[in-house]
Write a protein that binds this ligand. Structure first.
Ligand code: F6R
Length: 612
């Protein structure tokens, strides 16, 4: 939530900042702004997407080899020009961009108002820049020292970058619970919320840790200190990412590109980890803690949103294949309960971004209670990836569409491998079934490719239901989480109200909603309880519901009953979600396009939810 980017070096900062903001727009798009420093700091900001700022900049000065930029997802204060970042100190000397929330801003603001500070915006961020100004001017401190002292008084989350008009040639950045990456070029530095704005300039990066402050200078020097004033030695990482991964590559939307990437991303997730011919699975993180994981009392899976749906599939997989007791928790609920977690538990976090504030906080709580923390994360070097005891990256590559697609299937692939690996060690799965599932899993990328062949049919069906105000998704067993995921995809990008339900639960309430206007999407590929799902479809049809069924290739029973059927290739039941989710992703995509919604940037959403 909120993206920040900054540059100091020998080149013009403006194009670097604008390109960076475009890359970070997935993090929020309520307003955007830049501050450029040539002889003075000039701030330009605009409500709306980055393009509004670009249009506005046609009439504004764009010079300067130093600058900071921001794209906002509003927390404190409505999205407008005034609340947009950057924010400036009262004397105009300091300018700051911020991602996060200053929780004690009201107290700080009241104290600053007593000192005579006047605020223009409703934001917590403006309070922070005034606080730095107050500390700086009281003791005549250099910028980095004023920032450091100010941050000791702040409660909350922040990634910030600050410019000082009286100290040209340098930027000061800091982080706590919101990400900040520093790119190192030739006498130039790039600071950003993630590596995507940096990759086209350099692959050498430093991931700032919590409560660290960086000073980067036009002369090419960098210093990093802790908030307690200790000098630290930065660790330089080499980025494993190519610029093409961040482009749409001919697709209209990133979401569509990411849906179509899934045969590759699922294969990438398995690469080097699964060998069907030789019959093994290797997962570095699991292998390292093999006994502790295999003998755990219980797994607790913590996640949010789509990642939580993947976690629910994980529960079915771990129970069936590894006979392991599992609880799946919304991270936001887990952290605020007083859960019973012990050192015998393994807490598995699922997160595409690796930055979701609730998931991070739940893990910190579980870590304090002594549980082993295992991360299943996409973004390399992210906060969750760095705080876990062990973990596996899903290797889905950058996911830019706000609605998660390829990260979901990669998470499910990883969970499947993990369940198989642990089940094998625990002896809860037979050698023959283990081998069968390995072979089947290896064939999933090709089968996903085959599902894509139904795209035209799915587009046609989308046209039939695009104007209906509601939709119901039903599934049983492994397909129940897919019903939830299908409904979430539809509501978040097309703004149609949708509910996912276990198919058998329908008769306990939702059946009252069914009439000829209600599209009911039934994921009916099950082998177990097949007759039961057929009965559920009959119950819907008896009430004139409009049934769209996802079925296994060659199914003739359901195609007689349903208004439309979408076929997916046959597979073993535990692997079904990897195929059955694809038509639902495509269905939501086409409906959203037909309703002229911004598929990649749905209203009110942001991709990396760094606020609680
Ligand atoms: C929905 C979606 C969100 C995320 C959720 C968790 O399409 O993308 O529901 O799944 O915000 O995000 P991560 O996985 O980054 O922790």
């Amino acid at each position: 939530m909120c993206g920040i980017v900054a540059y100091v070096g020998q080149k013009d900062a403006y194009p670097i900042l604008i390109n960076g903001l475009k890359r970070l727009e997935y993090r929020g798009y309520d307003s955007a702004g830049v501050a450029l420093f040539e002889t003075d700091i000039i701030v330009s900001k605009k409500k709306g997407k980055v393009q509004e700022l670009v249009n506005f900049m046609d009439t504004r000065p764009r010079n300067g080899k130093i600058g900071i930029g921001h794209t906002r997802w509003a927390t404190h204060g409505v999205p407008d020009d005034i609340n947009a970042h950057p924010h400036s100190s009262g004397n105009g000397r300091l300018t700051l961009v911020h991602n996060g929330i200053i929780e004690n801003y009201a107290l700080l603001k009241a104290a600053l108002e007593k000192e005579g500070h006047k605020f223009k915006s409703e934001t917590d961020t403006e309070v922070l820049v005034h606080l730095i100004e107050e500390i700086q001017k009281r003791d005549n401190l250099p910028l980095e020292e004023a920032v450091r002292i100010a941050l000791t008084r702040v409660i909350g989350a922040y990634a910030i970058v600050v410019l000082d008009e009286n100290e040209p040639g340098k930027l000061v950045g800091a982080r706590k619970a919101s990400p900040l990456v520093i790119g190192i070029g030739e006498n130039e530095f790039f600071l950003a919320s993630d590596a995507t704005p940096i990759i086209e300039h350099t692959k050498r990066v430093v991931y700032l840790n919590d409560e660290e402050i960086a000073v980067v200078r036009q002369s090419g020097e960098m210093e990093i200190k802790s908030i307690n004033n200790e000098v630290l030695t930065p660790f330089i990482h080499e980025l494993d990412m190519e610029i093409e991964m961040l482009e749409k590559g001919g697709y209209d939307y990133f979401m569509l590109k990411e849906i179509y990437e899934q045969p590759n991303t699922i294969a990438d997730c398995m690469r080097g980890r699964l060998n069907a011919e030789e019959g093994w699975i290797k997962l570095g993180g699991v292998d390292e803690f093999a006994n502790r994981i295999a003998n755990a009392q219980r797994f607790i899976i913590a996640a949010c949103g789509t990642s939580w749906h993947a976690g629910l599939i994980g529960e079915y997989l771990f129970e069936e294949l590894a006979r392991m007791p599992v609880e799946v928790e919304y991270a936001s609920e887990l952290r605020y309960r007083n859960p019973i977690i012990t050192e015998k538990d393994v807490v598995i976090a699922l997160s595409q971004s690796g930055e979701t504030a609730d998931t991070l906080a739940a893990l910190e709580m579980a870590k304090e209670k002594g549980a082993l923390i295992y991360g299943i994360v996409n973004v390399v070097g992210s906060s969750i990836a760095r705080m876990t005891d062990a973990g596996s990256y899903i290797h889905a590559g950058p996911e830019i569409g706000v609605a998660s697609t390829k990260a979901f299937t990669a998470q499910v692939t990883l969970l499947t491998m993990m369940a198989l690996r642990i089940g094998y060690q625990r002896g809860t799965i037979s050698e023959s079934y283990f081998r069968l599932l390995l072979n089947e899993l290896a064939s999933i990328p090709a089968k996903v490719e085959r599902v894509m062949a139904s795209n035209q049919l799915i587009e046609y069906i989308a046209g039939e239901i695009k104007d209906r105000p509601n939709a119901l998704y039903l599934g049983r067993g492994y397909n129940f989480p897919i019903a939830l995921e299908g409904a979430l995809k539809l509501k978040e990008i097309s703004y149609i109200h949708a509910e996912g339900y276990p198919a058998a639960e329908m008769k306990h309430g939702p059946i009252a909603l069914i009439d000829e206007n209600m599209p009911v999407i039934v994921i009916a590929t099950n082998k177990s309880a097949y007759d039961k799902i057929v009965s559920n479809i009959q119950e819907v049809k008896a009430r004139k519901g409009f049934v769209i069924a996802v079925v296994t290739e060659g199914d003739t029973v359901i195609s007689e009953l349903a208004d439309h059927t979408i076929e997916i290739p046959d597979t073993e039941e535990p692997l079904t979600p990897l195929l059955s989710v694809i038509p639902l992703q495509l269905l939501s995509y086409h409906i959203a396009v037909m309703r002229k919604c911004n598929v990649d940037q749905p209203r009110n959403l942001a991709k990396s939810v760094t606020v609680e």
